[in-house]
Design a protein around this ligand. Structure first.
Ligand SMILES: Nc1ncnc2c1ncn2[C@@H]1O[C@H](COP(=O)(O)OP(=O)(O)OP(=O)(O)O)[C@@H](O)[C@H]1O
Ligand SMILES: [Mg+2]
Length: 275
């Protein structure tokens, strides 16, 4: 894993999203669609494996890996697709999505249907940590994905998920704690969490400690090798130390961990199509 190189790619991708820019693309385009609890993210790579476009929209169409509002999931995905096509001046077609590890066939089918509904040709539905592993360039270790709704943990070997576990503690729970401590409504708590990180961290520290304890318990008696933190809710600088002291494992976290899984989906699709 080359963290410096990954950080540069993620930083560039963040700029594409923020500035609504695209970069020059070569050959076929591959789109990754991440249907998350907090947002839907699209990432596009070209034939050379370069990220050429990306989009993010907050959405409530998915909860903990389950599409709860199919019509809205399609509407948001379609809107993001159209936006990127306009910017690229080219149509997008091949796409992949990802589900939580161990998701059943019908969950995968619904996700495929969302892509089809948004006029994509769905080629693959990956497991989220496998996609993250492709982006991180790792084959083994423990991927910890702390998103909006939950903490998902996956033990990987040879790039595949050996075992996984998911518990409902995520950014949503941080917001509830902040709302209670500062007497704010939920949305204000979400904003405060992102804009005043240093100030609020002591308040959410117990939530972070609980997340790290979930990981420690999952790994009991097994060698987790190293922890790779991904997902929007790992984006606090103090979190790495908490996870490493509670689990006793070395921690790696890329910049903008929120983008690792969505970027990984597009890269994994390209790899799958390359054979
Ligand atoms: N810069 C940031 N700092 C801290 N938290 C952040 C930041 N950006 C986003 N978040 C939080 O990260 C969460 C969203 O992360 P992510 O997109 O990885 O989750 P998701 O995939 O939508 O949810 P899930 O994986 O649980 O289905 C939200 O709770 C959001 O408040
Ligand atoms: Mg997620």
């Amino acid at each position: 894993m080359d963290l410096k190189k990954i950080n540069q790619r993620v930083e560039d991708f963040h700029q594409l999203i923020q500035k609504k820019k695209v970069t020059e693309s070569a050959g076929r385009l591959y789109t990754g669609v991440d249907l998350g609890t907090s947002s839907i993210v699209l990432s596009v790579v070209d034939e050379k494996g370069n990220f050429v476009a990306g989009g993010l929209e907050k959405a409530k169409a998915v909860r903990d890996g389950i599409v709860v509002d199919y019509v809205d999931a399609v509407r948001v995905t379609r809107g993001l697709k159209k936006d990127l096509e306009d910017r690229l001046g080219r149509p997008l077609d091949l796409a992949a999505a990802a589900v939580v590890p161990g998701a059943d066939a019908s969950t995968k089918e619904v996700v495929k249907n969302v892509l089809e509904g948004a006029d994509f040709t769905p080629k693959e539905v990956f497991e989220e940590p496998e996609a993250a592993a492709v982006m991180l360039g790792i084959q083994e270790g423990t991927v910890v994905d702390v998103g909006g709704g939950s903490t998902g943990i996956s033990l990987l070997k040879n790039g595949r998920v050996l075992d996984s576990f998911d518990e409902a503690t995520g950014g949503h729970h941080m917001n509830l704690v902040i709302a209670g401590a500062y007497k704010l409504d939920y949305q204000e708590a979400e904003e405060k969490k992102i804009c005043e990180k240093e100030e609020i961290f002591p308040v959410i520290k117990p939530v972070a400690e609980k997340m790290a304890t979930i990981v420690k318990n999952f790994l009991r008696g097994r060698d987790g090798k190293k922890l790779y933190l991904v997902g929007g809710s790992t984006d606090f600088k103090q979190i790495d130390q908490i996870f490493s002291s509670i689990t006793g494992l070395k921690v790696e976290k890329p910049r903008y961990p929120i983008y690792i899984t969505p970027m990984g989906i597009a890269l994994a699709l390209k790899e799958a199509c390359d054979g």
